[in-house]
Design a protein around this ligand. Structure first.
Ligand code: ATP
Ligand code: ZN
Ligand code: MG
Length: 304
């Protein structure tokens, strides 16, 4: 049995994660959720004084906005769309017949106006663009959403529905790259405080296909994406638990985000993988939260 299966099995056995029969789709126990809530309070303690505007979107987004985002150009393999039955009574009868004989009843489902959110920041850009030019001090937003990615896996740290907490910054190049650096420093400090071993490394997104390889190389060469890595299932191959992304003016140009002087805004986002951070804590300190090191428990606000 490999390491990954065994951590997942231990999480199931302890009840921290709940098996649904689908890889990467899990229920969470109250204790697991409480770890996430406490870690989010730690994030608030670091970012709370920055004056970010908090917004919470549901895990589905406007399909038209998803189309504009270009997600299907870069990551068609990860996307999830919401389809529904839109027929009449006759269609309903053939649907039930099809299910009865074990046929593919899903092929007649029609696309709705909703697509599953692939990253917490996606619904933000069109929302901010609609407001008009950014204020003189730029924009800073606090987001959290369940996100969907079609990447089934028996690695408990690679889920299909998971939560991302994000801060997104819009402004000049100088402004947003300083924001990104600030969160890299904070990320290292926060993870140290909860007793996790961290490294930061340059990274790239899994752009699809042969053209995608060039995009990935370019992203790496220009240091556009960094990841904060923590051992979860393997010390040799640590897991990305945070990412720090500089989009240059690509999102600004795509969405029509402009500064007060009319210049196209630069943007950056910093994402926390909330389940991954909880899993890193369980992998490092054990599945029994009461037995976690005193300093870690104190940082997370557990009473003795
Ligand atoms: P990876 O390289 O591991 O696939 P990623 O580069 O796709 O990660 P991002 O797109 O930067 O990740 O997403 C922001 C954060 O969301 C990641 O740093 C990670 O912590 C978390 N995350 C991404 N994909 C998953 C997943 N499938 N399950 C759980 N958390 C995830
Ligand atoms: Zn983002
Ligand atoms: Mg990925």
């Amino acid at each position: 049995m490999d390491m990954q299966t065994s951590l997942l099995d231990r999480l199931f056995d302890s009840g921290l994660l709940i098996d649904t029969g689908v890889e990467g789709l899990y229920g969470r126990s109250g204790a697991f959720e409480d770890v996430i809530a406490r870690f989010e309070r730690l994030i608030d303690a670091y970012g709370g004084a920055d004056g970010a505007e908090a917004m919470r979107f549901p895990p589905g987004m406007n399909r038209a906005h998803f189309e504009t985002s270009g997600y299907m150009k870069s990551f068609p393999q990860l996307a999830g769309t919401v389809h529904s039955f839109c027929g009449g009574e006759l269609d309903h009868m053939s649907l039930l017949q099809c299910m009865e004989v074990g046929g593919d009843w899903t092929k007649d489902q029609k696309a709705t106006d909703i697509v599953l959110t692939p990253a917490a920041c996606y619904p933000l850009y069109p929302t901010i663009a609609k407001r008009g030019r950014l204020p003189a001090k730029g924009g800073l937003y606090d987001l959290q959403s369940y996100c969907f990615r079609h990447e089934p896996s028996n690695d408990p740290a690679r889920q299909q529905l998971f939560r991302m907490r994000e801060y997104v910054c819009m402004g000049t190049q100088e402004h947003v790259t300083t924001f990104r650096q600030t969160w890299m420093d904070r990320g290292l400090e926060m993870m140290e405080k909860v007793g996790l071993d961290v490294t930061i490394d340059v990274a790239n997104d899994p752009f699809f296909g042969r053209a995608g390889r060039m995009l990935a190389n370019n992203q790496r060469d220009q240091n556009l994406k960094f990841e904060l890595l923590i051992p979860v299932t393997s010390a040799a191959k640590p897991t990305a638990c945070m990412s720090f992304n500089y989009h240059q003016d690509a999102f600004g140009a795509k969405w029509g985000l402009n500064l007060e002087n009319g210049d196209v805004a630069h943007t950056a986002c910093v994402g926390f993988g909330l389940e991954r951070i909880a899993l890193a804590l369980f992998a490092r300190h054990g599945l029994d939260i009461a037995a976690w090191p005193e300093a870690v428990r104190k940082t997370l606000g557990y009473r003795d």
